[in-house]
Design a protein around this ligand. Structure first.
Ligand SMILES: Nc1ncnc2c1ncn2[C@@H]1O[C@H](COP(=O)(O)OP(=O)(O)O)[C@@H](O)[C@H]1O
Ligand SMILES: [Mg+2]
Length: 257
């Protein structure tokens, strides 16, 4: 347990459900909207995307060099224009040699006092990489799409995470279209025995902002996904954020009258 710094892992059973998207947007929202000193870390070193999502194609020092023992973690931190700090992983295959994933926990501990919140972008599943990220954090957020296989993977993960005494914050349901064939919030909560803490809609502005290499909450701050992600960022730090956009709230008020 880190006393000065809170370490939150963003995890999932399945890949492609939106972890990296969420990590980059939570980081950007916490830094730019709520003025929190936050650091996001790419812990998915075999298929690292976090730097790519933010337009960082080459960084002289990455988490790989920290995990080989060549560099202290402070040397791998880069400041984004939103104010968040990023610790990217190398994109080069050769930088995987000599990396000790189990050194991650101690490396993250060294961020204690240097940043208020650390968010780890984990590899999916329960392999060596994902387990090292889970072991390095104080609490986790699960990300899933509203379908049975992805939710069942979370059930399995939750059991293991409970055994490791890591706190589970709940589930983020992502890419929700509100179609009949999708699981509902209640169904997910019953299956996983965890609360759903955020429902992020499928939103074209997410891939649009990805192609611009700018977090959605920055490029399209009022888009439906951005509002939900800012609201989740607020919830994590005990703040309030009105997620209904002004237009919808006027319509709702008119409907009420
Ligand atoms: N709410 C969303 N709406 C639309 N597309 C999304 C949303 N969340 C994520 N995506 C897209 O889904 C893909 C996978 O997301 P990513 O964050 O890389 O998943 P993971 O890190 O879990 O593998 C990306 O192309 C991303 O743009
Ligand atoms: Mg990812």
């Amino acid at each position: 347990m880190n006393i000065l710094t809170r370490v939150i892992g963003v995890v999932s059973g399945k890949g492609g459900v939106g972890k990296t998207t969420l990590v980059s947007n939570l980081g950007a929202a916490l830094a730019s909207v709520f003025k929190i000193n936050v650091t996001i870390v790419d812990c998915n070193i075999t298929t690292s995307h976090l730097g790519l999502y933010l337009g960082m194609y080459y960084s002289p020092v990455t988490i790989n060099k920290v995990l080989t023992g060549e560099e202290p973690i402070e040397n791998s931190m880069y400041e984004h224009f939103t104010g968040m700090k990023i610790i990217p992983a190398s994109l080069s295959l050769k930088d995987l040699s000599g990396v000790d994933m189990f050194a991650l926990k101690n490396a993250i501990k060294n961020l204690s006092g240097k940043t208020d919140i650390v968010i780890l972008d984990s590899a999916p599943g329960l392999g060596r990489e994902a387990l090292s990220a889970i072991r390095a954090c104080d609490e986790v957020i699960f990300v899933t799409t509203p379908f049975v296989p992805a939710v069942m993977d979370i059930v399995k993960m939750k059991r293991l995470i409970d055994e490791l005494n890591v706190k589970t914050n709940g589930i983020v349901l992502n890419m929700v279209k509100r179609e009949k064939y999708e699981l509902t919030k209640d169904e997910v909560e019953k299956l996983a025995e965890l609360p759903v803490i955020s429902i992020i809609p499928e939103d074209k502005n997410v891939p649009r902002s990805l192609s611009a290499k700018v977090p959605t909450v920055v490029l399209y701050p009022n888009s439906p996904a951005s509002r939900e992600m800012k609201s989740l960022a607020a919830m994590l730090i005990g703040e309030y954020y009105e997620k209904t956009d002004p237009f919808t709230s006027i319509i709702n008020r008119l409907k009420f009258w």
